[in-house]
Design a protein around this ligand. Structure first.
Ligand code: SF4
Length: 312
């Protein structure tokens, strides 16, 4: 299991959860991440001339609209836009404060086994960032405890881009089993690692658009990678817990049918300075109190404010 003590990132991660911007492991001041993008684009353009299919993929990536990275989308602007429309969830500030109170013990699985705690803090910064991305890829449809176990085995085996590319699929599968969809993840990990080696010098890209273009990397993983690996809050990371709880509390104007729609709905009104806090806060709340089935409403401070509260 990953221990908070063995993670040099844990404090940075805590800061990430409580501040809108902070720096990740070994990340140079944020300019470093932002400046990497033009370099990567130049290299990618050169590669595209040699490889038409790659150029096609790049054009597709460039067309991807990433609303959460829109220029000028600075602190508070989205909130002001929704305020202008006159909508925000009823009682959300009190509900949020209640959740903070319920989560003050920081004793949910995500608090000690989450992605912030599974990389090797003594590894070179770009290796740490690769390990952060790998743990995110493993974590989808998988409990934190299972992801942490797989990461521990991978670290013991050697968890760098080169070592993973030199590992045969059967061995990689045995190392990550029983994470959810492990067979597909073996394929995605190999493909993504090859791209990182070829295009990013073994590092991970520093933008959401480039991250979601990697095989097996979705928007939630990309936003968490930006926050944990690069120290930049690029959007709200919405997983199944955040999606469920936001709908139960009516934090979306209308019921949303997917985590991506929930992310967009939350970013319309939630002040940007809170975006980095929401994922860890609600994931732990969902693990301990607002469970998927039979939520513990009787023990929830929001029971008198929650439209979905169930009788004990
Ligand atoms: S009252 Fe029940 S459904 Fe509502 S937030 Fe609390 S645990 Fe979840």
């Amino acid at each position: 299991m990953c221990s908070p003590r063995d993670s040099g990132l844990s404090m940075a991660a805590v800061r990430m959860m409580t501040r809108s911007r902070s720096w990740g492991p070994g990340a140079a001041p944020r300019r470093g991440g932002e400046e990497a993008a033009p370099l990567q684009r130049r290299e990618a353009a050169a590669e595209g001339k040699k490889n038409p299919s790659l150029a096609k993929r790049q054009r597709k990536t460039q067309k991807l609209k990433v609303a959460y990275e829109a220029p000028g989308h600075e602190k508070g602007e989205s909130h002001k836009a929704l305020e202008a429309l006159g909508w925000e969830p009823q009682d959300w500030r009190q509900q949020l404060e209640n959740i903070r109170t319920m989560r003050s013990g920081k004793d949910a699985p995500v608090d000690w086994l989450g992605v912030e705690h599974c990389h090797d803090p003594s590894a070179p910064p770009k290796v740490q960032r690769y390990q952060v991305l790998l743990s995110l890829m493993l974590s989808s449809q998988t409990k934190d405890q299972v992801t942490a176990g797989a990461m521990q085995r991978l670290r013991a085996h050697g968890l760098t881009v080169d070592s993973i590319l030199q590992t045969d699929d059967a061995t990689l599968g045995s190392l990550i089993y029983p994470v959810g969809f492990w067979r597909s993840k073996v394929k995605y990990i190999k493909q993504t690692s090859a791209i990182l080696q070829q295009r990013y010098g073994g590092d991970i890209p520093a933008s959401v658009a480039e991250l979601v273009a990697l095989p097996g990397v979705g928007p939630k993983m990309a936003h968490l990678a930006m926050a944990v690996a690069w120290g930049t809050v690029s959007g709200i990371a919405v997983d199944t817990h955040v999606h469920r709880i936001a709908n139960r509390l009516r934090w979306t104007r209308t019921t949303t049918t997917s985590p991506e729609k929930t992310r967009a709905a939350l970013e319309e009104w939630l002040p940007r300075e809170l975006w980095g806090e929401i994922n860890g806060l609600l994931v732990g709340f969902g693990q301990q109190t607002c469970l998927p089935v039979r939520p513990r409403c009787g023990a929830c401070l929001n029971r008198s404010l929650c439209p979905a509260a169930q009788s004990p």
